[in-house]
Design a protein around this ligand. Structure first.
Ligand SMILES: [Ca+2]
Ligand SMILES: [Ca+2]
Ligand SMILES: [Ca+2]
Ligand SMILES: [Ca+2]
Length: 291
């Protein structure tokens, strides 16, 4: 016999379709379903509010953007999801042609510069300037898709010129940087506002610190053993260049960690591997900075 009954529980009517007098099973079944649904909704809401990858965007925000909550940089361009104006890698890009001469030959590369990446480096807060390794590392090792592609283009030029030796390879990269227009004070000093490599490429100019950071970043990406060389006269830090590991070259060098590093100037065209500009020959002290 089927008994239909209604009861008021907590102000709501619950209709009971009973097939036996105990009706216990059916009442519990309906209540359990509702409870499960509520729990499910609550869990979903909580999950939407979590930030599993810790990039500052919740799952709900990542879903709206189309990014992943298990990846802080969903399009792998070096810009975190929460700072990326094109987080899915479909942003605009500008191209910059870099022309220079090396070993009597003209070279040209088209630098790929995504706007979302340059925007990020433009807005990025800079650390307080110090003359040491921890300060320079973020500038040189920043994962920057524009610089990575430029390094790959330079590697192709090197590979296509099978007859070049180690010094020619290093100087192909350095001479590209040397031949960029440089800020007026390039050789005279620097302004303590370090540019990220991408910014120096975009403006194609910088002081000695900017060109040194750019050259070091490109050489490092191509796995050359490089240090920064901070030059001091009378205790005053006046100029900066790079030191590149080599054996038995003529020129100015210093020892560090059992290896010899030769000075390489990054600002002015024409300076060769191991050539310290004459301005820095008298009473100069060099500090080699690991990068
Ligand atoms: Ca997240
Ligand atoms: Ca993310
Ligand atoms: Ca990104
Ligand atoms: Ca992006």
């Amino acid at each position: 016999m089927v008994i239909l009954a209604a009861a008021i529980v907590g102000g709501f009517y619950i209709y009971l379709d009973q097939t036996d007098t105990t009706n216990e099973g059916l009442v519990n079944e309906g209540g359990l379903e509702d409870k499960n649904k509520i729990d499910e909704a609550r869990e979903k809401a909580l999950a939407l509010n979590t930030d599993s990858d810790g990039d500052g965007l919740t799952l709900a925000q990542e879903q709206r953007l189309g990014t992943s909550d298990n990846n802080t940089d969903s399009d792998d361009d070096g810009v975190p999801d929460n700072a990326d104006i094109a987080p899915l890698g479909i942003g605009r890009k500008v191209s910059k042609t870099l022309n220079w001469e090396h070993k009597g030959k003209k070279h040209s590369v088209e630098a790929y510069l995504p706007i979302d990446v340059s925007d990020y480096y433009e807005k990025k807060t800079r650390p307080e300037h110090t003359f040491d390794s921890p300060y320079y590392l973020p500038f040189i090792h920043s994962k920057d898709i524009g610089i990575e592609r430029l390094a790959a283009e330079l590697k192709t030029i090197i590979d296509d010129n099978g007859s070049w030796d180690y010094y020619d390879e290093v100087m192909l990269i350095v001479s590209m940087v040397q031949q960029m227009g440089y800020a007026k004070s390039a050789i005279a000093g620097f302004d303590l506002t370090t540019k990220y490599p991408m910014q120096t490429i975009i403006t194609s100019r910088g002081d000695c610190e900017d060109t040194t950071v750019l050259a070091a970043a490109l050489l490092k990406k191509l796995e050359y053993d490089v240090k920064l060389v901070q030059l001091e006269i009378d205790g005053r830090k006046s100029h900066i260049g790079i030191g590149v590991w080599a054996n038995g070259v003529k020129g100015t060098s210093w020892e560090k960690g059992g290896r010899t590093f030769y000075y390489v100037e990054t600002t002015t065209p024409g300076h060769q591997f191991g050539e310290l500009p004459f301005e820095w020959h008298e009473g100069v002290k060099a500090i080699l900075i690991d990068i």
